[in-house]
Design a protein around this ligand. Structure first.
Ligand SMILES: Nc1ncnc2c1ncn2[C@@H]1O[C@H](COP(=O)(O)OP(=O)(O)OP(=O)(O)O)[C@@H](O)[C@H]1O
Ligand SMILES: [Mg+2]
Length: 336
């Protein structure tokens, strides 16, 4: 069975085809980051307009990779969470193609797409597992009893980790998106030149708050000499603080639940230092770590098509209703 995946939750137009026998056949992405970079973040109206211009040409080019006699069997699209205008573009195209091609559509939760993305590398996740979803809009620790049965154990009280990377990047004049740029600069930073707080690690529980760390970084920067070396030192101290905080909370979740399988997914899971520190930590517990390869860390349609292949049986639908949910929580999903 072949699933066409459509991802339009934020500022990447992603189209992919996943085959349940052959795996991922094609995965294309149009990133709008250049358009939004001059504003220092995503402008929702521009994002929706660009999706509507790019989505059909991308689908056409992806369909060239498969034989007309062996066409797609269903369309999986991101139904939420995300920006309302962007989601509507993907959902409308999915409903129209479903009607025209007489094949079902499946609404996929974007965060479940991230959570299952390590499986695109044939890295079969065993459950129960814990998941750290760490992206531009989320920082969550989730207990996953099986596919679709998720309990949120910890959540972000304000800025998500990726959002904090983006805001600090803007502050240091590095541009948007910021995660990769901060990481690059941090390599030139000197260790322990500054020590930044590890927010909420001294209170019990698994919640996160990165907004104060962002303000702390801004204060340190305003008193610094603002030369390249001090910028790199600040980037390093900030990155170390975020990663340390994430690892401390993951370790705490393992201790609390006794579950030693850890998934780390979402855009920030592309961070090399985070992956290295997580591996070190999980080895101490003799557990397993599941992380997507870099191209599947940030938004992509391959993860949506893959989740669609798992949800096809139970959640395929032929209705013409264009249904999205910009605040769709992963905890509201049902198991397959
Ligand atoms: N190497 C990296 N280190 C740290 N952060 C990174 C890295 N690469 C990307 N990011 C961050 O990942 C985020 C983008 O991830 P993703 O595309 O999953 O977010 P999103 O889809 O906007 O949010 P969500 O998935 O919560 O809806 C950005 O905030 C970006 O700065
Ligand atoms: Mg995402």
């Amino acid at each position: 069975m072949k699933i066409l995946g459509i991802e339009t939750s934020c500022d990447e137009t992603g189209i992919a085809i996943y085959d349940t026998n052959l795996g991922l056949i094609v995965n294309k992405l149009y990133s709008q980051s250049r358009i939004h970079s001059k504003y220092g973040g995503v402008v929702p109206e521009l994002a929706a307009r660009k999706h509507s211009l790019k989505i059909i040409p991308l689908i056409s080019s992806v369909l060239k990779k498969i034989n007309k006699n062996n066409f797609v069997n269903a369309i999986a699209y991101t139904g939420g969470p995300g920006l309302v205008g962007s989601l509507l573009v993907g959902a409308t195209v999915a409903a129209s193609l479903s009607y025209a091609w007489k094949i079902p559509k499946i609404s996929i939760n974007h965060m479940e797409g991230h959570l299952l993305s390590p499986m695109l590398n044939s890295d079969l996740i065993k459950f129960p597992a814990l998941a750290l979803l760490v992206s531009g809009g989320h920082t969550q620790i989730i207990r996953c009893d099986k596919v679709g049965k998720y309990v949120i154990l910890g959540d972000s009280l304000d800025d998500a980790a990726g959002e904090a990377f983006d805001k600090v990047s803007k502050l240091l004049g590095l541009g948007y998106p910021g995660g990769r740029r901060i990481s690059e600069l941090a390599k030139k930073g000197r260790s322990k030149k500054f020590f930044f707080p590890r927010p909420m690690t001294n209170v019990p529980g698994l919640n996160f708050s990165f907004s104060g760390l962002k303000t702390f970084t801004s204060n340190i920067y305003s008193y610094s000499s603002k030369d390249n070396q001090s910028k790199a030192d600040i980037a390093r101290a900030f990155e170390d603080a975020v990663i340390d905080t994430l690892i401390i909370k993951c370790r705490r979740a393992i201790e609390m639940t006794g579950i030693k399988r850890l998934i780390i997914a979402g855009g920030v899971s592309a961070n090399i230092k985070l992956k290295k520190e997580a591996k070190k930590m999980i080895n101490i517990y003799q557990g397993s770590l599941y992380v997507p390869s870099k191209k599947f860390s940030t938004d992509n349609a391959a993860m949506i098509a893959y989740a669609g292949s798992l949800r096809y049986k139970k959640h395929k639908d032929f209705s013409l209703k264009i249904s999205i949910n910009p605040k769709w929580s992963i905890a509201d999903l049902v198991s397959i």
